[in-house]
Design a protein around this ligand. Structure first.
Ligand code: G4P
Ligand code: NA
Ligand code: NA
Length: 191
């Protein structure tokens, strides 16, 4: 997505060779017009996937997920990172490993939010090691539903998340694929 790549180059800040800060349009301040285009791109990419629901993880996945659900005309669900006050028997949970913090964090989803006949599209802002997306696939599979695909706004292709998701057999579509953040510069895979 050319407009997204332009914004990454113009407004993104390379923190180090692993981390890109995009607080001007995605992770802190959010650009609604850009998110609208992001939603349109995901809706086009997964138009034939029979999506019935969109699932993301709070908080930064919500904006692109909401715009995608709007375009596909399906509900949008976000898995929670905090245990609901009323944790009932029907709450699905799985632990997601964070490479940066080196801990496992639980995430939660009400069981009846996703039904076994659902085809669920996962949307997330970043793909690094793939642990968040894989955690969401586990929740979907626990609910007995099907993963319709995985849409990523910014993929860091030099980390191993993409290959893990490909190997697991999921249909992955990323709007921007970054091959390197070395030398304070953003390089894209298709350059
Ligand atoms: P993984 O899911 O692919 O394994 O990634 P990892 O554990 O490394 O990511 C932990 C958090 O850091 C996630 O946000 C993820 O979106 C974010 N992240 C990973 N790489 C980058 C990056 O290069 N830049 C930025 N800005 N974020 C990155 P989170 O903790 O779930 O927080 P939230 O922002 O969704 O609330
Ligand atoms: Na995220
Ligand atoms: Na994030």
């Amino acid at each position: 997505m050319e407009e997204l790549k332009r914004r990454i180059v113009e407004d993104g800040i390379v923190i180090n060779s692993d981390i890109l800060k995009v607080d001007r349009f995605l992770n802190h301040q959010i650009d609604p017009q850009l998110m609208k285009q992001v939603g349109e791109q995901f809706a086009m990419a997964f138009a034939e996937a029979g999506v019935t629901k969109v699932l993301t993880l709070e908080s930064s996945g919500i904006a692109p997920a909401l715009m995608t659900g709007l375009q596909l005309n399906v509900p949008v669900i976000f898995a929670r990172k905090k245990k609901p006050l009323t944790l009932n028997k029907g709450t699905l949970t799985t632990k997601i490993y964070s490479y940066t913090k080196e801990i496992h964090n639980p995430v939660y989803l009400e069981e009846n939010m996703i039904l076994d006949q659902d085809r669920v599209l996962i949307i997330d802002d970043f793909l690094a090691n793939g642990e968040a997306s894989l955690g969401l696939t586990r929740l979907i599979e626990m609910a007995g539903a099907t993963v319709a695909g995985i849409g990523i706004v910014i993929e860091k292709s030099f980390q191993d998340g993409r290959s893990k998701l490909d190997q697991a057999g999921y249909s992955v579509f990323s709007l921007a694929r970054i091959s390197s953040l070395a030398n304070n510069r953003v390089s894209f895979l298709d350059e």
